[in-house]
Design a protein around this ligand. Structure first.
Ligand SMILES: Cc1cc2nc3c(=O)[nH]c(=O)nc-3n(C[C@H](O)[C@H](O)[C@H](O)COP(=O)(O)O)c2cc1C
Length: 162
C-alpha cells in the first residue's frame, strides 16, 4: 500500500512471512519464485509477496544472488507470468539463470504436469544450471574476482520538476 513504513523501519508494516524471509535473506544464495497461472498472470499471492519483499528491504541485499521463476498453467499465460516474475530479479542486480526452455510446465493438476516431460526436463536443467552458476560464483570469490565498481544510482523521474 506504499505506506513507506519500511523506509523508516527497514521492514514491512505487516509482520508476516515477508519479514521472516527478509531477515534470513543473507543465508540464501538465490531466490526461486513459483506460481500457477491465473488469468494469464502470476497469482496475486506471489505478486503481493514479491512486491513487499523486494520493496521493503534495500535492493543491495539481493545483489548477485541467483534468481529463477517457475510457472505452471493448463494452457496459456505461462510466458506472460514468467516475464512478470523475472522483473523482480532484473531490477535487483540479481543473476537470472536460464534453462533449455523458459521455466514453464503445463497441466491442470500436478498429475497432469508430470506428463509434460519437456517441462520436467526444463526444470531439472534449470536446477543443474543454478547449481553450476553458484559453484562458478563461489570459485570466483575464492580466486578474488573483483565485483563491478558500483555507480551512484540515478533516478531520473523528474520528481524535482526540472
Ligand atoms: C482463477 C484461475 C485462473 C486460471 N487461469 C488460467 C489461465 O489463464 N491459463 C491457464 O492455462 N490456466 C489457468 N488456470 C489453471 C491453472 O493454471 C492450473 O489449474 C494451476 O495448475 C492451478 O494451480 P493451483 O491449484 O495451485 O491453484 C486458472 C486456474 C484458476 C483457479
Amino acid at each position: 500500500m506504499g505506506c513507506q513504513h519500511c523506509s523508516e523501519k527497514g521492514e514491512c508494516v505487516f509482520n508476516d512471512i515477508v519479514n521472516k524471509v527478509a531477515k534470513n535473506l543473507d543465508e540464501y544464495d538465490g531466490i526461486v519464485l513459483g506460481s500457477p497461472v491465473y488469468y494469464a498472470g502470476p497469482t496475486a499471492r506471489i505478486c503481493v509477496f514479491a512486491d513487499r519483499l523486494f520493496y521493503s528491504i534495500p535492493r543491495r541485499k539481493f545483489k548477485y544472488k541467483l534468481g529463477a521463476c517457475v510457472v505452471s498453467c493448463r494452457r496459456g499465460g505461462n510466458s506472460a507470468s514468467f516475464d512478470r516474475l523475472n522483473k523482480y530479479f532484473t531490477i535487483s542486480n540479481m543473476i537470472v539463470v536460464g534453462s533449455q526452455y523458459w521455466n514453464m510446465i503445463h497441466g491442470f493438476t500436478s498429475e497432469d504436469a508430470k506428463k509434460d516431460l519437456e517441462g520436467l526436463q526444463t526444470m531439472r536443467t534449470l536446477a543443474e544450471n543454478m547449481s553450476y552458476v553458484l559453484k562458478c560464483l563461489k570459485a570466483g570469490e575464492k580466486l578474488g574476482v573483483e565485483k563491478p565498481v558500483e555507480e551512484k544510482q540515478l533516478a531520473t523521474n523528474f520528481m524535482d520538476g526540472k
